[in-house]
Design a binder for this molecule. Sequence first.
Ligand SMILES: [Mg+2]
Length: 363
Amino acid sequence: MKIKDLKVYYLKVPLKKEFKTSLRTVKIAEEIIVEIETDTGDIGYGEAAPTAVITGDINSSISGIIQKYIRPKLIGESIGNIEKIHFLIEESAVNNNSAKAAVEMAVYDLFAQKLDVPLYKILGGYRNSLNSDLSISVNSPAQMKVEALQAVSDGYQVLKLKVGKDYQKDLDRFRAVRNAVGKNIKIRLDANQGWQPKEAVSIIRAMEAENLKPELIEQPVKADDYQGLKFVRDSVLTPIMADESLFSARDCLHLLKMQACDLINIKLMKAGGIYNALKINAIAEAYGIEVMLGSMLEAKVSVTAAAHLAAAKKNITRLDLDAPLYLAEDPVEGGIILNGRQISFPDEKGLGIRKLNNLIEIK
Ligand SMILES: [Mg+2]
């Protein structure tokens, strides 16, 4: 099975409602889709999300890198040579992790198809169903409370509150939601770099003093402020998770050697694909650090790849893969089955993606 062609498409999907974090407000999800065709007539799919404020990647940079730098290296390569293909992609350009992730997941899709098994089975096969949390956009405390109550009545047991905006108000947001949903719902908070280190310590200590029980706090401070992250981690009891601070295996080693965080969040768009994500997870596991598998605002192709990775590994204990539920329509036929918080895998080989609708080819 050899790579015969690689095509790049643009996909645009409106959201059901605005997605708001401390870093950005999004109304429409835009994705780049990769389709690799082999000499045997098989098709593998990949996807990249342009998230300029986190990865620096935008549509035109993703499609340009894939078409001009990655595609020429891969035509004619054997799908079985995963390690070789990984390094051909990796060495095609520095950075550009979203583009690399998209191409590489299409290769993994084909590799699993070739072996006639669902992808999660060749990556490890630890479990075959998953539960995701649901993210609540940062808004007024009253609005977040309404959305949290809706999520709980829809069956979610873990909520992720987006905070990190108007620091004084974040405690009110959390308190409003906690009081509304009660003590049995797990609530994790994601500040998306929105606090200064001392602000973070003060607000987290206030939450602890009020017994609001945050399960964890994600990325309280700026991505490159490793000392600040460690200061927060050392100053509070609540577990601290690194997200935007950690893209690569080297970042992971650096943070964990410093003991700067208690947990990490791996996303394929940051790591540059499944191969690197496996490496980061292995490092974390060696340090006794559990992993959350998250995503950007992605459609169901790359979220399916992320779910397969999460199902494969014991050390991936938390899931934040609710992004496809934000989309007003689902342009992806096949892939994972999303039933509220529950994610399951149809008994299909590879990623199990049959077809994508509304694609616009980028020539
Ligand atoms: Mg995050």
